[in-house]
Design a protein around this ligand. Sequence first.
Ligand code: ADP
Ligand code: ASP
Ligand code: MG
Length: 451
Amino acid sequence: MIVVKFGGTSVGDAAAIERATDIVRGRLARQPLVVVSALAGTTNTLLSIAEQAEKGQLIGALRGVEGLRERHLAEASKLLGDREAGADVAADLSAMFDELASLAEALSVLGHLTPRSLDAIASIGERLSSHLVVAVLCARGIPAQLVDAGDVMITDNHFTRAEPQPEMIAEATQRIVRPLLESGATPVVGGFVGATSTGVTTTLGRGGSDYSAALFGAALRAEAIEIWTDVDGMLTADPRVVDGARLIEQIRFDEASELASFGAKVLHPSTIAPAVKIGIPVYIYNSRRPEGCGTRITFDAPRRPVSAIAGKRDVALIRIRTPRMLLAHGFMRRIFEIFDDNRTSVDVVATSEVSVSMTIDDATHLDGLLGALMALGDVSVERNRGIVALVGAGLGDSTATMAQALAALGNVKVHMVSLSSGGINLTLLVDGDQVLEAMRRLHSSFFPVSQ
Ligand code: ADP
Ligand code: ASP
Ligand code: MG
């Protein structure tokens, strides 16, 4: 059994869905569970529909709904024609768009958007795409069966960033998906979407379909998890930022996980954890070039000082100063408890005797966080920072890498550096508007063109 996940661009239009169909067909002997994202751009449009509706801009919101409807129906008609299968799917998709339009109308009346209603809207993209993909697979002779994500991806009720419940997911997946696979069917499920144990729709956070794929892979103890996307695999940097980024054919789980956390969007940061737990290899492939070798993420990839560079903007630095810290044991625990209470994770930490500096990339709960931290000392916040990270399993072996990195950055101002011995990443806090330049400079130093 394997899990085959197609990202938004890999099911973005009729041609992409045909390619995905061929990829699935080529893997039928390995009993694939197919996980699909929404058609590229759909989730963004859905979120903006919700936002417009909340602001009372109903006409704009409904225009957005109609745009999505036309696009989905046009692709469905290219794939399935307008008769029989095509007409059935068009009716199913249209019913979902009617539901979306009613939701938008209700929101515009209420003028208030809750995370729960946002998830009800955001989940529609994957409901649409999974429906369409099932119909196309069936029309092409593959015995596809739709699985409702809400029946198998059980989560807590933290809407818009729900926490999956692996034991319940494993139980539901074994009960619902495994028999389908064993009977020779090809189950298809929408990624990103889940439901609470009482059946209320949730989502796993942006880019969460990768995470869905990994959770289902772990639940099925799959032989492999394949992530099909729009780049050849994991590259030495984001190719949209750095010219000449190169394919990494093999990378270690921990390196891939760090890269994802520090901005390599090709993989959702939580994807690796379920796979690594049972040692399921994760592959990243380009659905436009299925013959490529892709990237294999495993335990035993070669150990390099630097495997890749990642970066992210919109990072905030929070600094707490207090002379009390000097002798107080348990001080750090209290700080981290506050972060925990406010559901915010810390990326990089630096301490001195009288201060602690921490970076976060999710400012959703910043106000609550700051309010609570102020009880511990003087708190200051620097926004508009960014992080660049060099990742490599052998990075901590020598400080030469750090020296080379700082030299490569030249006049890019570095506010904070973090490197642990035996660690696998060197993180540098820079100004947000210098992140891209810093990535380029580091890449040309560590991956020179002639290499
Ligand atoms: P999907 O819709 O298939 O999930 P995403 O847009 O989420 O695709 O992720 C793929 C994108 O990730 C690529 O187009 C690329 O711009 C970006 N990316 C960022 N860092 C990397 C990296 N190190 N290697 C490959 N792609 C990366
Ligand atoms: N469709 C969702 C998003 O755009 C999930 C995903 O594509 O992974 O965030
Ligand atoms: Mg993605």
